[in-house]
Design a protein around this ligand. Structure first.
Ligand SMILES: [Fe+2]
Ligand SMILES: [Fe+2]
Length: 163
């Protein structure tokens, strides 16, 4: 399966959040490649755990920003985070019980899980934060530019991630 690629249309114009989204996409790709390459269940479980723990840290980061900048949609956004985490943990549990076959069946679900939230709730949050955060913060930078400046390595191969 083609890797997900971080591209400008996914930027929420908040560089520190874009960077974390980019990392989550990398972890998703690692997990999918691991399943495709026939890696052991242990290997795949570690990749899944890494995706979930990184997602948890990322969600907490967004929630701290929402709180700090009095975002009205905090409760709704947070509850969406909780639902996303619960569904990922349910998949992780299934993976532990039934093995890697489960993962290949659920890749489209995980893909939507990751991208759907960024394109909807996180985009709305991003436009709010860009107005709320003091100008010294680099909101005006495009996500891609911010990532380059931050030194994060990510895949620039062509193709849209939105199916
Ligand atoms: Fe979010
Ligand atoms: Fe996010």
């Amino acid at each position: 399966m083609q890797d997900l690629v971080w591209e400008e249309s996914l930027s929420i114009e908040v560089p520190e959040i874009d960077e974390e989204h980019c990392r989550l996409i990398d972890l998703f790709n690692i997990l999918c490649r691991s399943a495709e390459n026939g890696d052991t269940n242990d290997h795949i479980e570690v990749a899944m755990e890494e995706l979930i723990s990184c997602t948890l840290r990322h969600f907490r980061h967004e929630e701290r920003l929402m709180l700090k900048y009095d975002y009205e949609g905090l409760a709704e956004h947070k509850s969406e985070h909780e639902e996303l985490l619960a569904s990922a943990k349910a998949l992780q549990q299934k993976l532990l019980q039934e093995g890697k076959r489960v993962l290949s069946e659920h890749i489209p679900f995980l893909r939507n899980w990751l991208i759907g939230h960024i394109l909807a709730a996180d985009k709305i949050l991003g436009s709010y934060l860009c107005k709320a955060i003091p100008r010294s913060f680099e909101c005006s930078l495009s996500g891609g530019e911010a990532l380059k400046r931050g030194g994060t390595i990510f895949n620039h191969s062509p193709g849209s991630i939105v199916q």
